[in-house]
Design a protein around this ligand. Structure first.
Ligand code: SF4
Ligand code: SF4
Length: 144
């Protein structure tokens, strides 16, 4: 079984352009949605994303909805801990494909990392922002 893991030098999930996530208001409260929108820069990337290092500039203080962890995903999407790996992996795959491409180095490194076969499995340097919920899982996500 694959296990979700963030990889270094990715940051695809920090591309926050709301036009890519039309369902934001279904799983964010009005206050959290306003917070989310306040983070979006003119180029669509989070204003706290360090594009040179490809990491979060406020990692320890990043918003709660940026955290890939069981309580966050349960609150946002109704995902149980048992389904967290599958759901988070699909979210990352969707986002990496959209930002860097299906055949990108980032996708290849992610696929290898979730299989746990190389030392690229690290504690996330972004880890990770709110999901772009993959279409294939929309019906299972029990969004609020
Ligand atoms: S959470 Fe996923 S999309 Fe975001 S930086 Fe990590 S691997 Fe990339
Ligand atoms: S983890 Fe959140 S706060 Fe940090 S750069 Fe990404 S979107 Fe911005």
């Amino acid at each position: 079984m694959s296990h979700w893991h963030c990889i270094q030098s990715c940051g695809a999930c920090c591309h926050l352009d709301p036009s890519d996530r039309p369902d934001l208001d279904q799983y964010l409260s009005p206050e959290d949605l306003a917070h989310y929108l306040s983070l979006v820069g003119a180029d669509g990337w989070c204003i706290h994303f360090d594009a040179d290092q490809r990491r979060c500039g406020i990692y320890e203080d990043r918003p709660w909805f940026c955290r890939v962890q069981a309580d966050t995903f349960n609150a946002l999407y109704g995902i149980t801990p048992a389904d967290l790996d599958e759901f988070a992996i699909a979210c990352c795959q969707t986002q990496i494909a959209e930002v860097y491409g299906e055949g990108s180095d980032e996708m290849e490194r992610f696929e290898v990392a979730i299989e746990g076969t190389i030392a690229d499995r690290i504690d996330g340097t972004v880890s990770g922002t709110i999901a772009r919920v993959p279409k294939t899982l929309d019906n299972e996500s029990n969004m609020k």
